[in-house]
Design a protein around this ligand. Structure first.
Ligand SMILES: Nc1ncnc2c1ncn2[C@@H]1O[C@H](COP(=O)(O)OP(=O)(O)OP(=O)(O)O)[C@@H](O)[C@H]1O
Length: 620
């Protein structure tokens, strides 16, 4: 893993997202937000009330000493009683505010996390093809958990401190304007240092994202049950742990350097503000000594100066904290701004209501985002309802890529794809996809019940569940499960039952069958199936294909006999099309591949060195 280097420090000095966070909090729970704000305003007034009451006590005591009277005694006791009442109310308001903020925080966190997940789910596959997207996703999900609510709280706390600060600033300015000016001016360097420290931290974290992700990836593979076999047999753990140790060591060094730099700057700022505070304190004392200020006013002035300093530093902390959370949350809002990349600017038309759907590709070319070379070139293909088409070709020839285009996970880079004559780009991608059902080559194994694995929430098709399981050859599997279709699959959750690879693959097949899609695509659906299951599956395709267009990809060329048409791909181009017999007669790529597969392994091919031979020689 490469070193993360020095952090960038030129983070924009902005609080631009504070308003959006406040809106997020408000939209999540308007009454809760209002209550939190009321508690804030009331809570902010109490310290000032306490100060006024303390002035009353001191002045009352001073007057009482000079002229003892019962009236003075009751006045002093009254002020003390008021102070106690205010102090108790402050505690009450604080407890209530904590309770309200905690509940609100949880709601905001859930809301923000769901919005990231919903956004990620709405994006096209092209986004998932770039490491930059994973960095963006990592930054958005990392920051979204706690930061919105902390920023909200900091904003409230900052406003609370600011309100108290203003109230006390008014007090101090009335007594001695210069004291206020000194204390306020002295906080400017402290604020600058704090903001610079935050910007440095943000720069470091931002730059660290790719190596942080790699670290998380290693952590994931060290703990992933599905990889545990490979990890143990090949003894991977020590090697990975060493990489992680190195990376963590670099992180630690970088963190220490940042912390020491920030501590030095912070100390300078704080020393300056303390000097200013004691300067102002001395000035007030001189005023009192000169007889220009009563003892009560001096006591209140000193206390006001002290709380002024405390609240000023609290406002500063809130500001710098708000700045920090604002910077990190900018990544969250940037992520929410991402848009799907499918070319959907064309005016939308509703899906055709026809019973028969025909998909056609005309001179289609496709290049993956960021790829230098196109993967598909000049593809002309028509898929008619009721027809079974097989796509064959060597590894990397572009078969799965073609399926991704058919499922409209990408739009072609060249040419046009149509549905019943209308350009696919005119349809809503999700609506179009409702016409397509796919068994993917790398099908998903959901740790859900068998029923949920097949229906995936599509309860409208629940009546077809049994038929789909039967068509996928799963009757025996279901009969053997302890809770039938309601059995939890996989080992991640309680009572889960693990299936074999072939059984999992048949579940993926059932998932595709249960959906009444006019275009059924199966990408190597039998790669994990035994000979009987494979035979049954391909012979059922005809029956299932009635009224639909069926496309299947296979490397076992004997299975292509069930197809009406075989399409041969080579290096991203269709090089042959036809039925099995005609392609054999053509003596082209298909015939060569078919004969190669049909021939016994000890065959009459030209003797030549196999790729494994040099390695075998090295091993002796
Ligand atoms: N997401 C991607 N981004 C960039 N290139 C890709 C991506 N997916 C596949 N490719 C490239 O496209 C080419 C065709 O891949 P594809 O998966 O379509 O082949 P295939 O014919 O299905 O292969 P196989 O028989 O091994 O399944 C390959 O060279 C591959 O590297």
């Amino acid at each position: 893993m490469a070193s993360t280097g020095r952090p960038r420090t030129q983070a924009p000095l902005t609080l631009a997202f504070v308003w959006r966070v406040l809106r997020l909090v408000w939209n999540t729970d308007p009454p809760g937000t209002l209550l939190a704000a009321v508690l804030l305003v009331v809570g902010a007034c109490i310290p000032t009330g306490l100060l006024w009451a303390s002035k009353g006590v001191v002045d009352g005591v001073a007057a009482g000493i000079a002229r003892p009277s019962e009236e003075n005694l009751y006045r002093v006791l009254g002020w003390i009683g008021l102070m106690a009442l205010l102090a108790i109310s402050r505690e009450l308001f604080q407890a209530l505010a904590e309770y309200v903020n905690d509940g609100l925080g949880r709601k905001v966190e859930a809301q923000a996390t769901l919005s990231v997940l919903a956004k990620a789910a709405s994006l096209d596959l092209a986004h998932f093809d770039t490491p930059h997207f994973y960095d963006q996703l990592e930054k958005a999900t990392r920051e979204v958990g706690f930061r919105p609510m902390v920023l909200y709280r900091e904003t409230l706390r900052g406003m609370q401190s600011l309100a108290t600060l203003v109230a006390q600033g008014v007090l101090v300015v009335g007594l001695f304007p210069a004291a206020l000016a000194i204390v306020l001016l002295a906080c400017i360097p402290e604020m600058r240092f704090q903001f610079r420290g935050v910007a440095r931290k943000f720069g470091l974290m931002d730059m660290r994202s790719p190596s942080g992700r790699r670290l998380a990836y290693y952590q994931g593979i060290l703990t992933d049950g599905t990889l545990a076999k490979e990890m143990r047999v090949f003894g991977v753990a020590p090697w990975l742990l060493e990489h992680m140790r190195e990376r963590l060591k670099t992180f630690l060094t970088e963190d220490r350097a940042l912390a020491s730099q920030n501590a030095r700057l912070g100390l300078g700022g704080r020393v300056l503000s303390r000097v200013a505070y004691y300067g102002a304190y001395g000035a007030l004392a001189l005023e009192a000594l000169g007889g220009r200020m009563s003892l009560g006013t001096l006591t209140m002035g000193v206390a006001a100066l002290q709380t002024l300093q405390i609240h000023l530093s609290s406002v500063l902390m809130s500001l710098s904290s708000a700045f920090e959370h604002n910077l990190f949350l900018s990544r969250y809002f940037e992520f929410l701004r991402l848009q799907p990349t499918l070319q959907d600017r064309a005016p939308r038309v509703p899906l055709p209501r026809d019973i028969h759907h025909e998909v056609e590709l005309r001179q289609v070319g496709f290049r993956y985002p960021g790829a230098e070379q196109p993967t598909l070139h000049d593809i002309n293909l028509r898929l008619r309802p009721g027809e079974v088409v097989s796509i064959v070709g060597e590894n990397g020839s572009g078969k799965t890529t073609l399926v991704k285009l058919l499922a409209r996970l990408y739009d072609p880079s060249e040419g046009v794809m149509t549905l019943n004559g209308t350009d696919l780009r005119q349809f809503d991608p999700d609506e179009y996809r409702s016409l397509v059902s796919v068994v993917w080559q790398d099908f998903a194994r959901f740790e859900l019940t068998l029923r949920d694995n097949v229906l995936l929430g599509n309860e409208a098709r629940a009546d077809q569940l049994e038929a789909a399981l039967h068509a996928a050859g799963l009757d025996d599997v279901v009969a053997g499960l302890p809770h039938g279709v309601n059995t939890m699959l996989g080992r991640a959750f309680e009572d889960g039952v693990q299936l074999s690879s072939g059984q999992w693959q048949r579940i993926a097949v059932a998932r595709a069958f249960v959906r009444a899609a006019p275009l059924l695509i199966l990408d190597e659906p039998s790669s994990a199936l035994d000979a009987r299951q494979e035979h049954d599956l391909f012979h059922r395709l005809r029956e299932l294909g009635r009224g639909r267009a069926v496309v299947f990809i296979t490397h076992r060329l004997s299975s292509t006999r069930v197809a009406d048409r075989i399409v041969v791909l080579d290096k991203g181009r269709i090089v042959e099309q036809g039925d099995h017999e005609s392609l054999l007669r053509a003596e082209g790529t298909y015939a060569r591949l078919f004969r190669l597969q049909a021939s016994p392994y000890v065959d009459d091919l030209e003797p030549r060195e196999t790729p494994a031979e040099p390695m075998l020689r090295t091993l002796g």
